[in-house]
Design a binder for this molecule. Sequence first.
Ligand SMILES: Cc1cc2nc3c(=O)[nH]c(=O)nc-3n(C[C@H](O)[C@H](O)[C@H](O)COP(=O)(O)OP(=O)(O)OC[C@H]3O[C@@H](n4cnc5c(N)ncnc54)[C@H](O)[C@@H]3O)c2cc1C
Length: 399
Amino acid sequence: MDFQLSDEHRMYLDTVRKFNRQDVLPIVMELERKHAFPHELIQKAWKLGLLNLSLPASIRGYDVDLVSTALIVEELSYGDTGLSTSAMCNDLANAVIAMHGSAEQQETFLRPFADEPLLASFCLTEPGAGSDNSAMTTFIRKGEDGNYLLNGEKCFITNASFATQFTVFCKVGRPDGMMVACLVIPHEWVSKSEVTAQPSGGRKIRLPHGGTVTTGKPEDKLGQRLSNTATVTFEDVVVPEGWIIGNRRLGFQYAVDVLDYARPMVAAIGIGLARRAFDVTVEYTKNRVQFGKRICDLSVARNTLVAMWKKIQLAEAILMKAAWKVQQKAVDRGMFASLAKNAAAEAALFCSAEGLHLHGGYGFMTEYEISKLARDAHIIDIYEGTREVQDMIIGRELV
Ligand SMILES: Cc1cc2nc3c(=O)[nH]c(=O)nc-3n(C[C@H](O)[C@H](O)[C@H](O)COP(=O)(O)OP(=O)(O)OC[C@H]3O[C@@H](n4cnc5c(N)ncnc54)[C@H](O)[C@@H]3O)c2cc1C
């Protein structure tokens, strides 16, 4: 594997670094304090070509390989992981269409994302089906007119309040069925719908074909407050055959394919956060003097900085291997994607917690960025499968 960055990589990374420096980092603490959704930053990132990296060449005009995608997501996450989570969620929702949709579906469902800075949601998790996705009860059943009707509730859905397209995983035939389908409620229909604000702070989307999609009140989260998270409820949504992606019995396999692609991206998010935690901590400990020395020159504190740096370097090396394996479609890509996610979550949690500790009491003050990073870090170990779920995947492959 070649670790040399190409001219294209450097150009992309320079673009993201400039974006972080000029647009994100100066306002991120203020946005996070207000729980404000960063619409303007998303639009700017889209204009810079930093969003929708999973779009195929037929739509985007060129391909962005997975190693490059990981480098871009990591850099974007250095600015803020709520922002990169929101951006990456488009890929989570759209990668399955790029992988398994027909040419016509790709044109219908993916083209709008190349044309406009839109947001999509990936709807897999349910109140009763988190780590165990197979327990989902959202389902489609065929109506008398040949169309399907979709009913059910999804929770913790990123971008839900602003999404104009929903990628949904659901059972076929009945809520306790065995088969899972993947379908898309497209931008065209959501944008033609009647949308009413709900008293809860959510929205009710009355689709022109029939049925409603209701998004709940945005969740009040511990961290990643720049990302939006809410429930999504489907009530008698009419689903024409053309909205179903690929084989309607293979949705579960498609979800696995997407998660193999997306877990290195979550790893990139975690490493971006860990790097930011390391940098703000080095900066702080260079300026704070105790016992007549800079904190970073006190040997025990310096050991902590070294331990933080080592976790980041190891997680980054694993991420590159995982991204490369997924790109090559290697048979063991799933276990490396899981390993990368766990290593990055460990680095993010360690660097933000130890970084906060090295800030002393100041780290506990919300005005210091390290306190935000420490809150943000927890979700890296949870979404797209918890640490235990990743270990289950690795364990299964090992034996
Ligand atoms: C901010 C945020 C954004 C999210 N975005 C999305 C999104 O866009 N789309 C989407 O579909 N989902 C999303 N999720 C959902 C996320 O993927 C789930 O929360 C996650 O998979 C865990 O599911 P759960 O919360 O139901 O936890 P549970 O499955 O209830 O797990 C609780 C605990 O039990 C452990 N556990 C569970 N099963 C086992 C086992 N077999 N062995 C050992 N331990 C076990 C878990 O590791 C965990 O520690 C998001 C969640 C959050 C918080």
